[in-house]
Design a protein around this ligand. Structure first.
Ligand SMILES: [Zn+2]
Length: 199
């Protein structure tokens, strides 16, 4: 990589545009930020390789589907180990947790009251102490984009999600996607998982 990982004003402008609507055509982004389409693509690819742009997802409004939203606030010694439990419930929207404070919040979309009861029970069975369950009727949030350029960003390993210290192990996929890893081991593990997942 010729450039060190940094974010300039043009990168920030691109981020703002795609954070608002990630389906904005490259042509339109190019026009708005004033650089060529290939350069826009290159910058987006670079920001993806750092793990900065994590994805482009549809925002589905659960209200339209008649679902009711809840927050479940709980105490847990190992909130980072709840993936297996939460994976079993399709209504889980988000988990926010603090391992240092042993506390977590689950945002849950329930189609009926049984859904929420079974999730609460599953959390209790895995050692969580439920502090509060409440109907969620206010939501606010937007993607954070820094105000000013960053001299240095900290890329994450595409496999283990840990910050990359030192020289990254770089891999380019067939579709031109560039991925950064902590080590060759992480890259191999990633490929193995990817093959398993797509088969
Ligand atoms: Zn890794």
């Amino acid at each position: 990589m010729a450039r060190i990982a940094s974010l300039d004003a043009v990168d920030l402008e691109i981020l703002r545009i795609i954070a608002e609507d990630c389906t904005t055509p490259i042509k339109e982004i190019s026009r708005r930020v004033g650089i060529s389409q290939p350069m826009v693509r290159k910058r987006i690819r670079r920001m993806k390789s750092w793990g900065l742009i994590k994805g482009c997802r549809a925002e589905v409004d659960p209200d339209v589907l008649g679902a009711t939203s809840y927050i479940i606030i709980f105490e847990s010694q190992r909130p980072e180990k709840l993936d297996d439990v939460l994976d079993k419930f399709s209504g889980v929207d988000k988990l926010y947790a603090s391992t240092s404070r042993s506390i977590g919040v689950v945002v849950f979309r329930a189609e009926n009251l049984q859904d929420i009861d079974s999730l609460v029970k599953a959390l209790e069975d895995s050692g969580c102490k439920i502090l509060k369950t409440a109907l969620l009727d206010v939501e606010y949030g937007k993607t954070w984009i820094p105000e000013a350029p960053k001299e240095r960003v900290q890329p994450k390993c595409a496999f283990c999600q840990k910050p990359i210290i030192g020289k990254p192990y770089i891999m380019e996929l067939d579709d031109g996607t560039i991925l950064l890893f902590n080590s060759k081991q992480c890259a191999e593990a990633y490929l193995l998982l990817r093959r398993g997942g797509s088969g």
